[in-house]
Each structure stands twice: as C-alpha cells, then as structure tokens.
Design a protein around this ligand. Structure first.
Ligand code: SAH
Length: 281
C-alpha cells in the first residue's frame, strides 16, 4: 500500500479517536472556561524564584547575599539551584541552566515546566515567583525598563482546532497579585503575560496575543503557572521589559541591548517584592 493510501485510510480513524477524546474532555474543558480565581497563600515562609536565564538571575543572586548554591541541583536537569534566607524568608532561586547538548540557556516552556515541577517537589514552597525579562507592547503603554506584575498568563502559540480544546490551548491561568504591592511600588504596572516558544511571532500569534489582552510577551510564565496550579501553589510573575513587541526595531537587537539593564532592574525589583511579602507575614 503506498503512503498516500495508507494515510487516507488512517485519517478517518484518527478523526474518530480525536472526536472521542474531545468529547470525553468536554466536561473538563467547559469547566476550565469558568473563571478560576488565583490561588492565594495563607502564609508565606518559603518562596521559590524561577528564572530562565543565568544572565537574568546572576545579578539578583549577588543581591540575595545569604543564598548558597545547592550543589545537588535537580536530578536529570541542568538547573542551577541556590537557597538560603532573605528577610526571614526561606528563598530558593532556580535557573534553568545550559542545555547539555545545544550548549545554550534552556529557555521556553518545556524547560520551564520540568524545572518548575522538580523544584516544587523538592523545595515545597508556599509561593512561586517567576522573574525574568520580556517584551512589552507600545499599544498597551509599555516601555523598555517597565516592571510588570502579572494579573494572568496565557499561551498564544498553542493551536488545537478540535472541538473542546479552545480553553486548553489558551491555558489562561490567573496570577496572584499580593494585595497592596502596587501601592507600595507605584511605578510598577499590572498586565496579562502571554507565552510562546518563540522570541518572534507570526500574524496568527499577533491576533492571539491581542485576544489575550497581553501587555507582556515572554517564553515561560504560562507553563510555570500551570505547573504551580497543579501543585496548588500560588503563582506570582514579575517581568522587566527588554524590548517592544510592536515597535520598529528587531526584537533580538533590542533584547540583547537591554538585557543587562533589565537584569539590574530585576536585582532591585525581586528583593523589593520579597521584602513586601516578608512584611506581610
Ligand atoms: N539569546 C538569548 C536567548 C533569549 S530567549 C540568550 O542570551 O540566551 C528570550 C528570553 O527572554 C526568554 O526566556 C523569554 O522569556 C524572554 N524574552 C524577552 N523578550 C522577549 C520577547 N519579546 N518575546 C519572547 N520572549 C522574550
């Protein structure tokens, strides 16, 4: 049987299976379209800070002086882990690390999700704080250097055109905004973070980012928030803008140019957020 004929005979079967899967998932999917409010911590003693890149996390570590490298790391992962205390909080910083084969930082949703899950299991935090750099949107009033606190996160590159999968493909998850944080930091902004596995974007992505009402674009938050929700741990994201998504300069140029300044800004913003959390204990 030639390949084309095999495929023709195979497809109706696939469709039937997918239809059945969609139907059985229907109940779950409908439930997930119902607005789910953000998980909020009852107490905050242990904070797990997840950062994708060492370039983002290293300046922060020099500010969180009490933290020491946890040499045993996370089994099977290139992650770098640091733990210690800061302002009476137990703080752990985990960075994804360098991919063992490709030799570059493991950015994106897969590395973010596995690292988040392993770190959550190991450190059992009361709160997950995802900190990093991101693109901002001029149309939403964003500018380079802005600090954003996520109100919610969602995907913009997951496309599954099968009935029942709409809410799953977007995967919108509400984030926890510590009450009073924006009053304490009046220059910070609130916004929805939109996630994909690409630094650039397609026209379809653009439409979906708009559909998400995004102010911030990056490559990890939606994956981490989903894992945190699965483990029933409240999720906060703080993102500093390195580049303007709807601007006129290539993202990679702006990103590279502003990465150092943004990392320096995270070095100030993350300890400020920790201090705020510690004060509210
Ligand atoms: N060349 C870089 C790789 C950067 S990938 C390196 O030095 O290794 C981009 C990283 O920054 C991701 O972790 C992502 O979350 C974040 N980021 C910053 N601006 C972004 C944008 N406009 N779109 C997507 N991700 C962005």
């Amino acid at each position: 049987m030639d390949n084309r004929r095999q495929r023709r005979q195979h497809w109706p079967q696939c469709h039937r299976v997918l239809r059945l899967a969609a139907r059985s998932l229907g109940a779950y999917d409908r439930a997930s379209t119902v607005a789910v409010s953000a998980l909020a911590p009852s107490k905050v003693s242990t904070v797990l800070i997840l950062v994708a890149m060492e370039a983002e996390g290293t300046p922060l570590l020099s500010e969180l002086e009490g933290l020491q490298q946890d040499e045993s790391g996370l089994p099977g992962l290139p992650a770098l882990c640091y733990s210690g205390t800061y302002r009476d909080l137990d703080v752990i910083v985990v960075m994804n690390g360098v991919h063992p084969i490709h030799g570059v930082t493991s950015v994106g949703t897969a590395a973010a999700a596995v690292t988040a899950h392993a770190a959550l299991q190991r450190y059992q935090p009361d709160l997950v704080l995802n900190a990093g750099t991101a693109g901002g949107f001029r149309a939403q009033g964003g500018a380079i250097g802005d600090v954003y606190v996520a109100t919610a996160v969602a995907n913009h590159d997951r496309r599954i055109p099968i009935p029942g999968f709409q809410a799953y493909e977007r995967g919108r998850t509400e984030a926890f905004v510590p009450p009073g944080l924006l009053e304490a930091q009046p220059t910070w902004k609130l916004g929805v973070v939109t996630t994909s596995n690409s630094l650039d974007y397609t026209l379809e992505d653009e439409e979906r980012m708009r559909g998400n009402d995004a102010s911030v674009k990056e490559m990890e938050a939606a994956a981490i928030a989903d894992v945190a929700r699965g483990c029933e741990v409240p999720f906060v994201a703080i993102k500093v803008i390195t580049d303007i998504v709807d601007g006129d300069r290539p993202t990679q140029d702006e990103f590279t140019e502003n990465l150092g300044t943004a990392a320096a800004s995270l070095r100030v913003a993350v300890p400020a957020a920790l201090e705020f959390l510690a004060a509210g204990r």
